[in-house]
Design a binder for this molecule. Structure first.
Ligand code: HEM
Length: 393
């Protein structure tokens, strides 16, 4: 086997076009190393292996940064992202009872209404699709899902947006203050929502979570609050990223845009291709529970391996012509929602949002054009542009 390549994630240039670097490294070996020597899984097979092998456990994002107590650590300790079996299995089983395909599908008319309201608010000769389209939609969908009254949307949206700060690659004191304020605010707010819903159950997902029960087990009050916050931060920045990236991809590929505009039944394939071609989430971290060899490379107990969806999604051994954006691909195969036991719980909801929103955006503004090539924000592991300015005909 060839020696592992080094992939430099500290280079801002990597973030503006990671694919040539990743392709070069992946052609040498399914794994590479970061500049700190840590392992990175690149090929589709290697990423799948790491995410499915039970010898890999979740990575603690906070302890290495000295955050071991207080509201942030307590909150993080209860979310599914950080849980391992058997605790993870228990939480996931209970939440899956509320997050059924039927419950997700029932949100379709609301998603269409929210999209329409957001498109109605475009007034200028130009618009910023990050602020005016991608940011609002996922928050409002989750507010609808949890039955948050519209008068509270503003507070709720601000807290939800701040939860994503936990994934920031640098945790400054100001940023931690904002994160803690969001957690404290949401802890109280969500507890009140739960109390209301206990008194008056509805047909929303929160009522479903409260009622969820399996083998005489149910979520405790603290787990319910943490679960709702888990859904909020897991579902916001990620879906926002998909919406801005998808809009940019469609507007910069006129042939693909025309295909989808002329045939909205391609929406499901188009969304999967958007997610494959530009994965919203860079990847995940896993820690080895014991020493073993991974694709011929020794891994020590406790060593972290980062999986890179971006590289897996463009692996020529897994996809024909992987660098071509083609919404007619069959769909279904992609690494953007992860794999294995932590596979994205909200994948169906995210797909639904894209399948509704992209065709509506194109139909409503057939003359919309990119005003400038959007710039990727460096070091954002949930990938994004600061702005996506378009002209509206
Ligand atoms: C395009 C949008 C989305 C993308 C790209 C995405 C991506 C991911 C990925 C890669 C994981 C696996 C993380 C890991 O293995 O460590 C994950 C897990 C998760 N996602 Fe999503 N997600 C999206 C939308 C959503 C939405 C809308 C929700 C809920 C409302 C959601 C809820 C979750 C939850 C709860 C988990 C943790 C599952 C577990 O640990 O068992 N996601 N997501």
């Amino acid at each position: 086997m060839n020696e592992l390549a080094v992939v430099d994630l500290t280079d801002p240039g990597f973030w503006s076009n990671p694919y040539p670097v990743l392709a070069g490294a992946r052609s040498r070996h399914p794994l590479a190393r970061g500049v700190d020597g840590s392992l990175i899984a690149l090929s589709f097979d290697a990423v799948e292996w790491v995410l499915r092998d039970p010898r890999f456990l979740t990575t603690d994002l906070l302890a290495p940064r000295g955050i071991t107590e207080g509201p942030i650590a307590e909150w993080w300790g209860q979310v599914m992202f950080s849980a391992n079996p058997p605790e993870h299995t228990r939480l996931r089983r209970l939440v899956s009872r509320a997050f059924t395909p039927r419950a997700v599908e029932s949100l379709r008319p609301r998603v269409a209404q929210i999209t329409e309201d957001s498109l109605d608010s475009f007034h200028g000769p130009t618009a910023d699709l990050v602020a005016e389209f991608a940011h609002e939609l996922p928050i409002r969908v989750m507010a609808a899902m949890l039955g948050v009254p519209s008068g509270d949307h503003h507070r709720f949206a601000a807290w939800t947006a701040d939860l994503g700060l936990v994934f920031s690659s640098v945790h400054t004191p100001e940023l931690l203050d904002r994160l803690e304020a969001a957690i404290n605010g949401l802890n109280q707010y969500v507890a009140e929502l739960i109390a209301d819903r206990r008194a008056q159950p509805g047909d929303d997902m929160l009522s479903g979570l409260i009622a969820a029960e399996a083998d005489g087990d149910a979520l405790s009050e603290a787990e319910l609050v943490a679960m709702v916050e888990n859904l909020l931060f897991a579902g916001h920045d990620t879906t926002r990223s998909m919406l801005m990236i998808g809009a940019a991809l469609l507007l910069s590929h006129p042939d693909q845009r025309a295909l989808l505009s002329n045939d909205p039944s391609l929406a499901a394939q188009a969304v999967d291709e958007i997610l494959r071609y530009e994965a919203p989430v860079l990847g995940s971290g896993r820690d080895a529970a014991e020493p073993f060899d991974l694709f011929g490379v020794p891994v020590a107990a406790g060593e972290t391996v980062t999986t890179m969806s971006l590289a897996a999604n463009r692996d020529p051994d897994a996809f024909d012509d992987p660098d071509r954006f083609d919404i007619r691909r069959p769909g279904g195969k992609l690494m953007s929602f992860g794999q294995g036991i932590h596979y994205c719980l909200g994948a169906a909801l995210a797909r639904l949002e894209g399948q509704v929103a992209f065709p509506m955006l194109l139909a409503r503004f057939p003359g919309m054009e990119l005003a400038a090539e959007p710039a990727w924000v460096p070091y954002a592991s949930i990938r994004r542009f600061e702005q996506l300015i378009v002209t509206i005909d």
